[in-house]
Structures are given as C-alpha cells and as structure tokens.
Write a protein of this length. Structure first.
Length: 277
C-alpha cells in the first residue's frame, strides 16, 4: 500500500527508537524507501552514523537524521523530542529500543530486571510521554514493538517477559486513552528474528531457552518490518508478524493447556537447570 490514501507517504516524519540496529533499522529502511523522513534514536553515536550512512546509500534522497539519547533517562528524552519536533513536526513514534537479559532466575543479577524494565518498558513510556505534546491530535501514531514474550511465558526470560507483558498491558490501556484524541496506537508482537540482539543472545543463552523459543520458527526481519509499516496504513492495532507465529499465538490463546504442554516438553528434552557447573 503506497498510493493515494496511504498513511505512510512522503513528507511524513517518523522517530524510531532503536533505529540504529535490527528491526528499528529495517523499519527505517522501509519507511525512507517510501519517502518518509526518519530520525534514528539510540545511544551509540558511531552506530547511529553508520546506520544513517547505510540508509542514505540504499535509498536515494533519504531524509535521515540521528539523535543520541538513552531512552531510560526521562529528562534527556523530553529534551530530545522537543528539539526534534522544533526542527521537523513528528507524525509517528516507533518504539523499538530494547535489550535482552536471559538466564536462570536464580543466577540472573538483580540488575538484569532493573535494566530490562528501565529500557524495554520505561524507555517506551518515557518516549511516549515526551512525544505526545508534539504529535498531531488527531492524526499521530505510536507503534510499540513488544514480543510474543509479552503474550506468554518463556524459559530464561523472567526479566524480558516481565517487561514485555508490562508493555503489552500499557499499550492496550493507552490505546483507549489515545483513540478519542485521534492518535493510533499499534502493538507489534514478533517472535524471534535474526538481529544483533539475537546474535549476542546466542552466545550465552540457556539450552532450555533456545529449545523453548525456537518452538516457533524465526521470521525474516524484513517481513516483521513490512507488517509493522503495513499496520500504519491499515490501522491494525495489533500484529503478530508471520503466518506461523500468528497461528501459534492464536492456538495458545484458544488452547492454553496445549501451549504449556508443548513448552514443557521442549524444555524437558534439554533441561539442565541452574545447578549445572
Ligand atoms: N530479535 C528478536 O528476536 C526480537 C523478538 C521480539 C521482539 N524483539 C524486540 O524488537 C526490538 C528490537 O530488537 P532487535 O533484535 O532489533 O535489537 P537490536 O538489533 O539489538 O537493536 C536494539 C536497538 O535499541 C537501541 N537501544 C538499546 N538500549 C537503548 C537505550 N537505553 N536507549 C536508546 N536506544 C537503545 C540500540 O542502540 P544502542 O545500544 O546504541 O543504544 C539498538 O539501536 C526490541 O524491543 C526487542 O525486544 C526482538
């Protein structure tokens, strides 16, 4: 969908947190390909510059800006969005910034929980709080990248599932408040896809997590980004990208006992536990 009547069109401005890597970068690539101006927002300036350069190399006339900010710092985020909006009115905020901490609950440090909550949950809350005064009412959009791990439990993901479940609940509540103001709120719940986050996870993840997570096959990041961008055009408020993850998720919702049984079996096949040397 890109013709007359599409929400996604040239002249729009999207701010993408986590835009320097993985899904945020792929969403940005697809948006600039449709003429949308994009501001990539993340912490590492060198990564931001490399990502912006890659987008400019891939898409002629790409309007790409960058802004270094830590989404877990509420004051810095307010300043960043005020500056961005003063330069270019913002039409949509896409919250993709996130980190991963995986491991057995007994061996994870307390900081794993605070870090994941601070970035994956409060980072999104901070960005939305900061962008709202600058989004058009009506007409603005907010997209939150949650996870299938926000809809179900996953071995090894006690911090990550906690943050993503919080994000799902927050998003579904916020939508009721935003819709009367004409602001669309979209929730995207991908299953696992290849990205730098997963590459790092693969180096350390527990065997139980690998077996449990990969019960659902990976979906290409391009597909996840395409379905995310399509939600802006269609107005769909919740998307589980990929046919198989969507089917499995529906199955788990309708038959929760079967979903838990499959998960238990996958975990039991490789179980090692925290006592392993
Ligand atoms: N990969 C998967 O299998 C998967 C599955 C479901 C959902 N998701 C979700 O999808 C989103 C993107 O994941 P990904 O796999 O694309 O990860 P990624 O490649 O590691 O990208 C994460 C991005 O977030 C930024 N970021 C991290 N902490 C930040 C902070 N405090 N402030 C600002 N930016 C920050 C990173 O840049 P800096 O480090 O430079 O700040 C980077 O740009 C995450 O929300 C993740 O939970 C991923």
């Amino acid at each position: 969908m890109s013709g007359v009547g599409s929400w996604v069109r040239a002249g729009r401005h999207a701010v993408v947190t986590g835009g320097s890597s993985g899904l945020g970068l792929e969403i940005s690539r697809q948006l600039v390909g449709r003429g949308v101006g994009v501001t990539l927002l993340a912490r590492d300036e060198a990564k931001l510059a490399t990502a912006a350069q890659a987008l400019r190399a891939q898409v002629a006339d790409a309007a790409v800006r960058t802004r270094s900010v830590d989404v877990s710092d509420p004051d810095a985020v307010v300043d960043a969005f005020a500056g961005l909006a003063a330069d270019h009115p913002i039409d949509v905020l896409i919250n993709s910034a996130g980190i991963m901490r995986e491991g057995y609950f007994e061996t994870l440090p307390a900081a794993a929980f605070t870090d994941v909550m601070d970035i994956n949950f409060f980072g999104t809350v901070n960005a939305i709080r900061a962008v709202l005064p600058h989004l058009p009412h009506p007409g603005g959009r907010i997209v939150n990248i949650a996870s299938l791990a926000g809809l179900t439990g996953v071995f090894g993901y006690t911090p990550y599932c906690a943050a993503k479940h919080a994000l799902v609940g927050f998003t579904n509540a916020l939508r009721f408040e935003m819709e009367p103001q004409g602001i669309g709120v979209h929730l995207i719940c991908p299953g696992e896809f290849d990205s730098p986050l997963v590459e790092a996870l693969d180096a350390t993840r527990t065997p139980e997590n690998r077996a449990h997570t990969l019960t659902i096959p990976k979906v290409p990041v391009e597909t996840i980004a395409r379905e995310t961008v399509a939600a802006l055009d269609s107005g769909r408020d919740q998307v589980i990208p990929g046919r198989v993850p969507a089917l499995v998720s529906t199955g788990q919702r309708l038959l929760p006992a079967a979903g838990k049984l499959v998960g238990r079996r996958k975990v039991a096949q490789v179980y090692r536990g925290p006592g392993h040397p």
